[in-house]
Structure formats: structure tokens, C-alpha cells
Design a binder for this molecule. Structure first.
Ligand SMILES: Nc1ncnc2c1ncn2[C@@H]1O[C@H](COP(=O)(O)OP(=O)(O)O)[C@@H](O)[C@H]1O
Ligand SMILES: [Mg+2]
Length: 276
């Protein structure tokens, strides 16, 4: 079964898009290094702001005919075909594909709310093509809106990026509970909390270190911690250059941390057969 990772947190600016794009690229690159024949990864951008789309394709003009918006509005019988048509290759690598966001997704939230079966409009067509990919990674908007619910319903592993600040951890349990309620309420037995990713950690800041130690010691959340990404200005420069952080600077601390995280996600979710 193809793992479908969703980066989610109802807060903005916590590193969802940075993590989604670099995890997607990292998984594809690492599988290629392991000699896995199918190392294609699909990145789905569900945020109307389209940051993941912009940095990976250098475009922000996807719309009515060529984006996730098109898929969500398609007749159900055509949705899989339209999904395939809307997927584009990223500029980062031919094996990193992107289902682009559009500013129109903002309106889609309102337009779809009364449509029966709306929450399944992403998961249904995606389930028809997911096996073409080694992994799927979904970036979400900073809220538990309909589009985020659709993303969670389509996912197997929810990854929660958080910044190392006190109030972030306070909100964390509610994020975990929300994922659990989607799993039960929408009957998605495959969905689980795949892990918590602490982003922008600055070891020189006492508060950051204390927060990380507190998280590690927490009986439930501590076991969910799956990655720590240091604060690193290379991330901002990489965004500006529309590059992955690995390509921008493979040696920088954020690249190394994302590589460790990608390797761990592969190990946890995939059976690797060399040359398969
Ligand atoms: N590890 C990091 N170090 C430094 N800056 C980062 C790091 N991760 C993300 N950022 C910066 O934080 C901001 C928000 O990141 P982003 O991934 O867009 O968050 P979200 O998608 O949750 O809103 C961006 O300006 C990004 O460049
Ligand atoms: Mg974002």
C-alpha cells in the first residue's frame, strides 16, 4: 500500500509546506539511491496559498482547468482521468510530480460544503492512482477546514510539524485528537498519527531545548516524535531560489535533518526491494 503522508497543523508558519516539499523530494531521491525502480512521489498542494506549488513548479497560476480545484469539481466518473491530467512534473526532479493548488481552492471550501460526499472528492480518485507512486505527500492549509479533512481522509500517516514553543505543545493534543476523530468519524482505519516533527529548533535557546525535552518525556506525545529540523536560514534561501533545501545546500543542517526524516519515514512505511 502506498503511504500517503499529510502535513497538518491548524497553525500557519510552522513548516508544513517546507516539510511537505522536502520530505517528498527526499523520499524520491533516497529511493533512487536504494535502487528502487519506482521512486516517483506525488506532492498534492491543498492550500489555496499554493506555496508548495510555487517553490516546486515556479508557477502560481494554476486554476479552473488544471489544478486540484478541477479535480474536486469534476463529475465523479471523470475524476480519476482529470486527476491524472492535472498532475505536472516539478522543476526539482522528473520523479517528483505535483498536483497544484489554485487560489480558487478558497472558494471550493464554500462551493463543496453542501455537496454530498464532498469529503471523499480527493481520496476516491487518489486511491485509483496512488499505486503508481512510491509515496504521496499532501500539504494542507493552516486550519481544519473541509480541504484538510479531505486530505486526512485520503492519508495513511499524519505528520504534525510544530515549532518549539510552549503554546504549540498546548495545541498539539487537540491536533492529535482531531486526527483520531477523523479516523473514527469518517471510517478511515488506515489513518494514523505518523509522527510529530519539531521544526526551526534553535539549540541556543533555552526555551526550545526545554520544550523538546518536555516533549520527549511526554508519555504519549514523546513516542510520536519522529524528526527534529534545526532552524536554518538556508531554508529561506532555498524557497527564494525555488529549490529543495538539499539542492540549495546538501551539507546544511536542515538538509541533513530532512534526509534523516525521509529515511525514517521510508523505513517505517515501505518494504524496500532493491531494483524492484
Ligand atoms: N528549518 C527552518 N529554518 C528556518 N526557517 C524555516 C524553517 N522551516 C521553515 N522556515 C521558514 O518559516 C516560514 C514558514 O514555513 P512554511 O513551511 O511556509 O510553514 P507553513 O506551511 O506551516 O505555513 C517560511 O518563511 C520558511 O522559510
Ligand atoms: Mg504552507
Amino acid at each position: 500500500m502506498t503511504p500517503v503522508f499529510v502535513l497538518t497543523n491548524h497553525k500557519g508558519g510552522v513548516g508544513k509546506s517546507t516539510s511537505a516539499t522536502n520530505i517528498a523530494y527526499g523520499i524520491s531521491q533516497m529511493l533512487a539511491q536504494f535502487g528502487v525502480a519506482n521512486h516517483r512521489v506525488l506532492l498534492i498542494d491543498t492550500d489555496s496559498q499554493g506555496h508548495a506549488t510555487l517553490v516546486t513548479t515556479s508557477r502560481n497560476d494554476f486554476g479552473r482547468e488544471d489544478s486540484l480545484y478541477t479535480v474536486l469539481n469534476a463529475d465523479r466518473k471523470d475524476a480519476t482521468t482529470i486527476l491524472k491530467q492535472c498532475i505536472v512534473a516539478s522543476e526539482w526532479d522528473a520523479n517528483l510530480h505535483v498536483l497544484p493548488a489554485s487560489p480558487l481552492l478558497e472558494a471550493a471550501e464554500r462551493e463543496l460544503i453542501a455537496v454530498p460526499g464532498a469529503p471523499y472528492r480527493l481520496s476516491e480518485p487518489l486511491s485509483q492512482i496512488a499505486s503508481h507512486y512510491a509515496a504521496v505527500v499532501i500539504d494542507t492549509r493552516p486550519s481544519f477546514s473541509l480541504l484538510t479533512e479531505m486530505s486526512l481522509i485520503a492519508a495513511t500517516d499524519a505528520l504534525i510539524p510544530i515549532e518549539p514553543r510552549y503554546l504549540e505543545t498546548v495545541g498539539l493534543e487537540s491536533v492529535v485528537n482531531k486526527i483520531e476523530s477523523i479516523r473514527q468519524g469518517w471510517r478511515c482505519p488506515d489513518l494514523k498519527v505518523g509522527g510529530i516533527v519539531v521544526t526551526k529548533l534553535d539549540k541556543r535557546m533555552k526555551g526550545h531545548v526545554e520544550m523538546l525535552d518536555g516533549l520527549k518525556a511526554h508519555p504519549v506525545l514523546g513516542r510520536l516524535l519522529c524528526g527534529v529540523i534545526p532552524a536554518n536560514e538556508a531554508v529561506a534561501y532555498a524557497h527564494h531560489a525555488h529549490k529543495s533545501v538539499y539542492e540549495y545546500n546538501p551539507e546544511c543542517p536542515a538538509s541533513q535533518a530532512y534526509a534523516v526524516l525521509a529515511a525514517q519515514l521510508i523505513k517505517k512505511t515501505m518494504v524496500i526491494r532493491g531494483g524492484a
